[in-house]
Ligand binder design. Structure first.
Ligand code: FES
Length: 159
């Protein structure tokens, strides 16, 4: 059988562009779904998979490639404790421990009432204020033992 490179390359080009198109559609769909649900519910991903004719495993592998997509419900408020080097050195673990203990969750988890998700972050770019945490978009810096209580109260006020 004779091989025609143009035919093969043309075919691969078609396949790639189809895959790229589907990937683009998937990402856009994930963003819309997450805007609506705050995460990517399994039943919605199943429907998306069927509608687009993309295997569910591909849907999941595409979504899990991007850190901004979540597979479990997230809280109304997102609290991030910086555990980057500067914050680590200046006591980030105490901040994290105090918040975990107060709300009875570990980093990466969400409270049962879905009021808060607790996350850690590498560095949020204000190392001079270490240790630092964010409550949604609000940055709280220089968190000492006294300020931990304030942070906890602020989180509770956001609930
Ligand atoms: S290490 Fe925490 S803000 Fe940079």
């Amino acid at each position: 059988m004779e091989i025609n490179p143009d035919e093969i390359i043309g075919h691969i080009g078609e396949v790639l562009s189809e895959r790229q198109k589907k990937r683009g559609i998937l990402i856009h769909a994930f963003q819309r779904i997450q805007e609506e649900h705050n995460y990517l519910p399994e039943d919605v991903l199943r429907k998306l998979s069927q509608k687009l004719g993309v295997p569910l495993s591909d849907v999941y592998s595409t979504a899990s490639f991007y850190k901004q997509f979540y597979f479990t419900p997230r809280g109304k408020n997102i609290v991030k404790v910086c555990t980057g080097t500067a914050c680590h050195v200046r006591g980030a673990s105490k901040v994290l421990d105090a918040v975990e203990k107060e709300f009875n969750i570990k980093q990466g988890e969400t409270t049962d009432d879905l009021s808060m998700t607790l996350e850690t972050v590498g560095c949020i770019g204000c190392c001079g204020l270490a240790p630092v945490a964010t409550i949604n978009e609000e940055i709280v810096g220089e968190i000492d033992m006294r300020k931990i209580e304030e942070v906890i109260e602020t989180i509770k006020e956001h609930r």
